[in-house]
Design a protein around this ligand. Structure first.
Ligand code: AMP
Length: 132
């Protein structure tokens, strides 16, 4: 008979539930829900924000599921750098390279609402500082 360790069982069950709870953005990656995609490669996807706060509002997301910046690990270093380079390329493609803002909300206290790391690329309006 299998040796059932309650702690191990709890961990396995928790991990399984965690993996099952795909975010909205994972569903966009998997084409389960539609999005207006502007760029895709093996590691990331970029699409128009459904509720834009500026004339240009693009979300750039890694295909790897990372909840938020604070959860990124040393092995994600190249991926995070890649997202920044992609943001710059998209800004150039859209002709907004001279004035755009990149925003990453980390945690609900910072207004993160979708827990799959993403960079907001915002452009086409006047910006203020400090941001709200
Ligand atoms: P945050 O508040 O930083 O987590 O940003 C989440 C962003 O996702 C918001 O700006 C939303 O407008 C955007 N969003 C939510 N659902 C969708 C969707 N189905 N397609 C595109 N953007 C979305």
């Amino acid at each position: 008979m299998q040796n059932l360790n309650p702690d191990r069982l709890y961990l396995t069950t928790t991990l399984r539930i965690y993996k099952m709870t795909d975010t909205l953005f994972k569903k966009i990656i998997d084409r389960e829900i539609p999005a207006d995609i502007v760029y895709e490669d093996d590691n990331c996807l970029a699409f128009k924000d459904i509720n834009p706060v500026a004339p240009t509002h693009i979300l750039i997301i890694p295909k790897k599921q990372i909840e938020k910046v604070a959860d990124a690990e040393i092995g994600d270093k190249e991926l995070l750098g890649h997202l920044m380079l992609v943001a710059g390329n998209i800004a150039r493609d859209l002709g907004v390279e001279d004035a755009f803002r990149l925003v990453v909300n980390n945690g609900s206290g910072a207004q993160q609402t979708v827990f799959h790391l993403h960079i907001h690329l915002i452009a086409g309006r006047e910006f203020n500082w400090p941001p709200g």
